[in-house]
Design a protein around this ligand. Sequence first.
Ligand SMILES: *Cc1c(COP(=O)(O)O)cnc(C)c1O
Length: 224
Amino acid sequence: MVDQRQREIAENLESVRARITSAAKSSGRNSDEITLIVVTKTYPVEDIQRLHGLGQRHFGENRILEGAEKAAMRLPDAIWHFQGQIQSNKIKDLVNWADVIHSLDDLRHAEKINERVDVKKVLIQVSLDGELHRGGVAPDHIHELAEEIIGMSHLELKGLMAVAPLEEEPDMAFSRLATIFQRFIRDFPQCNWLSAGMSNDFESAISHGATHVRVGSSILGKRS
Ligand SMILES: *Cc1c(COP(=O)(O)O)cnc(C)c1O
């Protein structure tokens, strides 16, 4: 399926990968430490097939049912990440397809996921804006939630996730995140994933220690 769209995606993917490599280099890091998750929300399954044909394996979705439909393609070795808002009544659907849940911010959701699965990888979403309505746990409460999650036999806590607030310079926000993360891995050294950075700010996130970047529009184009 090599078509015009395939070439466009290939170019963008190549360019984002190159930028990841150079951002890693600039901060003395190895680009092997950084996983690129292509956020495919709102884009059709054909685009995911194109990405898969280009060797991309990590895909991210924000909606539980949309992710379910796409993961149902069963592309070989595809790894599905969820970074959207978790709704309790859809957790059963979510755990069926999501390999990694980035946006856990509620103990009750953790308990519900824990009931439903063999073992699920999760990250705690940290709020960087002091206003919790955009999702995420206040930095003062992540250790407490982490202790609870680590006590759950069916959850594997991998680390932290964050989104830079719209109204702030990403560098400021991610530098705060880096401090929060360093404190966090001192207590939980095995939870060393840091999911941060989107199309507009992934280079900044990498300079502040991100291990997983979630990039959509730079690769697939503007969402309508
Ligand atoms: C949509 C989304 C992304 C990707 O955003 P782009 O700006 O398209 O790169 C990453 N993370 C989260 C949480 C998102 O909702």
